[in-house]
Design a protein around this ligand. Structure first.
Ligand SMILES: [Fe+2]
Ligand SMILES: [Fe+2]
Length: 228
């Protein structure tokens, strides 16, 4: 024992240097909390960051912009906002469909026959104020933007039986949902944020019309004769 202690006291002895080298190797394999570091074998050395001295906090890695982009994808290109003339043209397209919707609900509600006439005719007629409100808004906005409001309605699908009428109304509402959704996309980046909110509110109305009509049309499969 005394021999070993004497050997260790002599830091220049070959035994001491051998022991010190072994201890240094052991420390490199043990993590900060005394456990082996994950993913490392006993013989792997820890690569040091260039310029990192013992006890220094490693510098935060700076992401390489070239690596941030997914390989094979083009950088995002922002498209230019639509011109006011283009927006007026799109608003006029919607106005033509709103004028058609007013004519459609007015005539369709008059043509409903059979025992379910009171409920169905009222359901269709109740859409007229909403579509009129949409048309009024569009016309006002078009004039405010320096345009001329459309006066010709889009075509109204011919329909005679109750079933044909409700199916055509459902298709018209689906067209309205698609049309206002496309208009909102065209308004991306356009300076008039209030217009965007107004169009979103109209879209909400149209989605409601579509879903309510869909519930009635879905009932045809259960009691078809009653609606014919
Ligand atoms: Fe509408
Ligand atoms: Fe509608």
């Amino acid at each position: 024992m005394s021999n070993i202690l004497a050997t260790l006291k002599n830091t220049n002895s070959p035994q001491f240097k051998k022991l010190a080298a072994k201890l240094a190797e052991k420390r490199a394999d043990i993590g900060p909390f005394g456990t082996p570091q994950a993913g490392r074998t006993n013989r792997e050395a820890t690569p040091k960051d260039p310029g990192q001295e013992a006890g220094q906090i490693p510098a935060k890695p700076v992401p390489d912009p070239a690596l941030a982009q997914t390989p094979g994808t083009a950088p995002e290109v922002k498209t230019a906002a639509a011109t006011p003339e283009k927006i007026v043209m799109l608003l006029n397209q919607r106005l033509a469909h709103e004028l058609a919707a007013i004519a459609m609900y007015l005539t369709y509600s008059a043509k409903i026959v059979g025992p379910y006439r009171p409920a169905l005719a009222e359901f269709l007629a109740e859409e007229i104020p909403d579509e009129t409100k949409h048309a009024q808004f569009l016309a006002d906005k078009i004039v405010a933007m320096g345009g001329v409001p459309e006066t010709n309605p889009a075509p109204v699908a011919p329909a005679d039986s109750n079933q044909e009428i409700l199916k055509a109304a459902l298709e018209a509402e689906a067209e309205a949902v698609g049309g206002y959704t496309a208009l909102l996309q065209a308004l991306e980046g356009f300076h008039d944020q209030a217009l965007r909110i107004d169009i979103e509110n109209i879209l909400t109305d149209e989605q409601g019309h579509y879903e309510e009509t869909l519930k009635i049309v879905a009932g045809f499969g259960q009691d078809r004769a009653a609606y014919a």
